[in-house]
Design a protein around this ligand. Structure first.
Ligand code: AHR
Length: 503
């Protein structure tokens, strides 16, 4: 079966914002405590951060990380996380029914981001709190000095402001589970007023309003329309969240879920266009897909902790162990984000360490990469530049929920500075080898730099601390580049990175 692709440097869909490959760390389970931070650990640095985890995080090269939640932020008092650690209060976290020691707060997290080479994307609490807490936090974080909150920061040991540009106005405020859940009207108004206050401090801040928690919410997409109607001119992004599950254990249908994500992006882009037209404005709101991942493996076991009465500290929560088929889907999800980079400017895998994460740790022990680490790593590393508008002629199949799903899911990113094109491809077919044929004549010259394959005979194979490389990329064979034609077999159920040097 043929998979015929044409890539041409004149057919560019959009420039990719590097923040498309962002990440997310929430005070949830063992993401912070026992994940990125574990003072007694053999690899801990002087600040208590695990350097084994830091090394893996740095390898990905994600440019930005969202913090501190998630649901957690909607009842979080950020002031609890500043000042001498031994004087910080222990609080009950109502979102995840655990105890929060506040050992890690904004100073510690900022130090970790420095060590990890990532910028912070901070969320303010618009659930239990509002404009005041938000404006004070922004002053604490970004003002040089000479005011109450900036001087408190300086007294707490940080002279320079962190100058955080990207701020989320709450989290999933459409969700009835959210502390301080609001109607679209209430939230849209609050987002607008909060944005007004933050912009009075610094007009150059980039602000993200909450969109729907997922495309199944009864209020979607009316939520987006109402919220944007109230705050369109004051914000830069509307957020989208989506989590994928394979409860039905139907691999073919599962691998088509990225098509649903594509429609979700298209629909919200349509709502943005509608409100933009209605307001007769030139201001362009973009999409910030700030939570996406597979999440279902751990749901049952988590119910006990969240429903329990003992408020544990940093228990294992949302610790999905990902298998090979999850990695294939994540490859398709990343391709969707790349292809939609004209509308999606920022996206965050949810999350980064231990909690529905590509990186896992044992508390007091080892750290390793889950299967989904690899497509994320390849996209984050090589998906920088301009997304190509590929002409794709591949066989399609129907699934239980989707029609005409391309057997080959592919995206291409042209980095003109480096003179390279990276193709990310997933063969969704369980049976058919696809004969790849990419015409790159428009580039003048092309040669193969590398080909990496993620493959496994068992779609349920996982990586563990004892077998950390059960599912890991290997150097590909069979793909070749002659003049400006890239050809070769793409085996069933496999993920590929193909990098080409162009002339
Ligand atoms: O990422 C886990 C949770 O999923 C987040 O806290 C919340 O925003 C979403 O529902």
């Amino acid at each position: 079966m043929q998979a015929k692709i044409t890539a041409h440097p004149r057919f560019i869909r959009a420039c990719i914002d590097d923040r498309l490959y962002g990440a997310f760390i929430e005070h949830l389970g063992r993401a912070v405590y026992g994940g990125i931070y574990e003072p007694g650990h053999a690899s801990a640095d002087g600040n208590g951060f695990r350097t084994d985890v830091l090394e893996l995080v740095r390898e990905i090269g994600a440019p930005v990380v969202r913090y501190p939640g998630g649901n957690f932020v909607s009842a979080y008092d950020w002031e609890d996380g500043i000042g001498p650690i031994e004087q910080r209060p222990t609080r009950l976290d109502l979102a995840w029914h655990t105890r929060e020691s506040n050992e890690v707060g904004i100073h510690e997290f900022a130090d970790w981001c420095d060590a990890a080479n990532m910028d912070m994307m901070l969320a303010v609490n618009l659930g239990s709190r509002g404009i005041d807490a938000a404006r004070n936090l922004v002053e604490y974080v970004n003002h040089p000095g000479g005011s109450y909150w900036s001087d408190r920061r300086i007294a707490n040991g940080r002279a320079e402001p962190w100058d955080v540009k990207l701020w989320c106005l709450g989290n999933e405020m459409d969700g009835p589970w959210q502390i301080g859940h609001k109607t679209a009207d209430e939230y849209g108004h609050l987002a607008n007023e909060t944005a007004k206050a933050l912009r009075a401090f610094d007009p150059s801040l980039e602000l993200v309003a909450c969109g729907s928690s997922n495309a199944e919410m009864p209020s979607y997409p009316e939520w987006e329309a109402t919220v944007l109607d109230r705050c369109y001119e004051s914000v830069d992004y509307i957020s989208l969240h989506m989590y994928f599950t394979n409860y039905a254990d139907d691999l073919i249908d599962y691998l088509a879920l990225s098509e649903k994500m594509d429609r979700y992006i298209g629909a919200v882009a349509g709502v943005i266009d509608y409100i933009k037209a209605k307001k007769r404005t030139r201001h362009q709101v973009a999409i910030c897909f700030d939570e996406w991942n597979v999440w279902y493996h751990s749901t049952e076991q988590d119910k006990q902790v969240v429903a329990g009465a003992n408020w544990p500290f940093a228990p294992p929560l949302l610790e999905d162990i990902y298998n090979f088929e999850d990695a294939l889907l994540i490859g398709c999800v990343l391709n969707t984000l790349i292809r939609r980079a004209d509308r999606v400017k920022i996206a965050c895998i949810a999350q980064l360490v231990n909690v529905i994460a590509p990186i896992m740790t044992e508390t007091g022990g080892r750290a390793w990469c889950q299967t989904i680490f690899y497509p994320y790593y390849f996209a984050a590393r090589y998906g920088r530049g301009a997304v190509l508008d590929l002409d794709v002629d591949v066989p399609c199949h129907d699934t239980v929920h989707e029609k005409q799903v391309p057997a080959l899911d592919i995206s291409g990113v042209y980095n003109a500075d480096a003179g390279t094109v990276a193709f990310f491809a997933v063969n969704r077919s369980p049976d058919d080898t696809l004969s790849l044929d990419i015409d790159m004549a428009g580039f003048g010259a092309a040669s193969l730099i590398e080909h990496q394959i993620l493959r496994h005979t068992d779609t349920k194979a996982v990586n563990t601390a004892d077998r950390p490389e059960e599912v890991a990329p290997v150097r590909g064979e069979g793909i070749s580049c002659s003049r400006t034609r890239v050809t070769g077999p793409i085996e069933p159920l496999s993920y590929h990175l193909i990098r080409i040097e162009v002339g």
